[in-house]
Design a protein around this ligand. Sequence first.
Ligand code: NAD
Length: 510
Amino acid sequence: MSTILEYTPLATIEQYHADLQRTFKSNKCRPESYRRTQLLQLAYMIQENEARMIDAFYKDLGRPKEEVTFIETHIMIGACVYAIKNLRKWMKTEYAPMDMVTGILTPRITKDPKGVGLIIGPFNYPIYCTVSPLMGAIAAGCPCVIKMSEIVPNISALFEELVAKYLDNDAYRVVNGGVQETTKLLELKWDQIFFTGSGRVGKIVATAAAQHLTPVSLELGGKSPVIVDSTANIDVAARKILWGKTVNGGQTCVAPDYVLVSEDCADRLVEAFKKTYAKFYPEGAGKSASFGRIVDHRSFDRLKDIMDRSKAELLCGGESDRDTKFIAPSIYVNVSKEDALMESELFGPILPIVTVKNVQEAVEYVRQGPSPLVIYVFTTDGKTKEYIRTWTRSGGLMVNDVIIQAASDPVPFGGTGDSGYGAHHGRAAFDTFTHHRTMMEAPRIAELFMALRYPPYTAKNYVRLRLFAKVNIPWAKPGSKLSLLQRLWIKIFGAGVIVMLAAAVAQRLK
Ligand code: NAD
């Protein structure tokens, strides 16, 4: 039974935008104590309502509670706690390293909130994909509107109710709706847009943002490959890959999309998949309480069409039921490059296995496609890891596991090229909504040097100016050797720099 989601009226969307602009201008969200309180409220909002979230996830995605707790709620509580612990450090003004010309002006970088943010979320991880950037917006001191996905109505309705109850409504509002509502949102001017979803809609968002010169982060998907070589622990690799492919019914942006296995271990991997499959679903995936469902009939039909058109050999699974939106985890072998399974991001519980000669051929295979969100590598060979890292491009690289890289607060998470741009998690989310504003201040003594720049320009001042502003290149030109005179000049110039720096430090200490 799903709830009917109430869409936000278009006039209300305009009102939200105006209200949040006013709140931003009032500086209400700036104080550290305000940010801390809102982050704490966000953490408690998730903790105190986890049971309701689990229920909503089950209604919308048939998702087992273990997958809600492990990949959605607890990770996001952790993200808020991490932000609270690090907030002061992130907000701190940074002093730039001294340089010759501007050192005396004590250049520093203040962390200013960018303004009013807009977060647009996808259906598949509706809490993770909205709370993580929301944490960044709150930490940065930005009010924001969160647009939830209309195809998970129970979760989106619940999120709207909870945000209204737990967070400051002057600053944080949820919009629910579909294309029309998102289009309305995109007509308005925001100071940062954070979009998670498909590349198709990502282009619409980036185009709309460009009309207002609004910066955008695009968290997109793609075909994330897994490369397996013979040095890997094959049984463990099969277990991890199959879990990564079936969690949330395969509807995960960082799910392993397909496997490239070198021929010297392909048979072993296929056998390991068969064994793992039987262990994961002893009663069959259809009866298993450990496997979710496809979100809607449109996505079901898309996946079924791919399976029907595939000419590859089915190893496990293949069953489906449109009424219950069930597609069994399905593993295919002997998959050609032209097969329907390899056309685009699968985003469902279907796993093609492509056999290649060796790691070099696997790398070539990956390089011919768009840059994925992540590349997974199963190997114990250090040289192979380094070879793959050097010769490929992707948002992230994970060795000997899957998906859990998307759960780490201290490192940025995001794509590159076709898998998007910008990042979130921890500090990266804070930085996304923060303007790094340069500030300098001229002490009186600076005029001693700076006065050289004023007209009338004279030959004498020009000589001094050159001396003052001269930038020394401390390395010889490639292919040439430094002359003795050049070396001498470097030494004299170096001594000059030290004297100037000492003067600047003395000024600061005054
Ligand atoms: P989607 O692009 O269909 O929808 C995302 C959001 O855009 C929704 O809120 C939706 O209402 C809105 N939208 C849809 N059509 C629109 C239009 N024409 N104009 C304006 N807005 C529109 O994506 P989805 O199906 O919800 O999510 C699946 C995709 O998201 C997959 O490609 C997946 O890989 C990607 N994804 C990426 C990440 C990541 O972190 N990189 C995380 C989750 C999902």
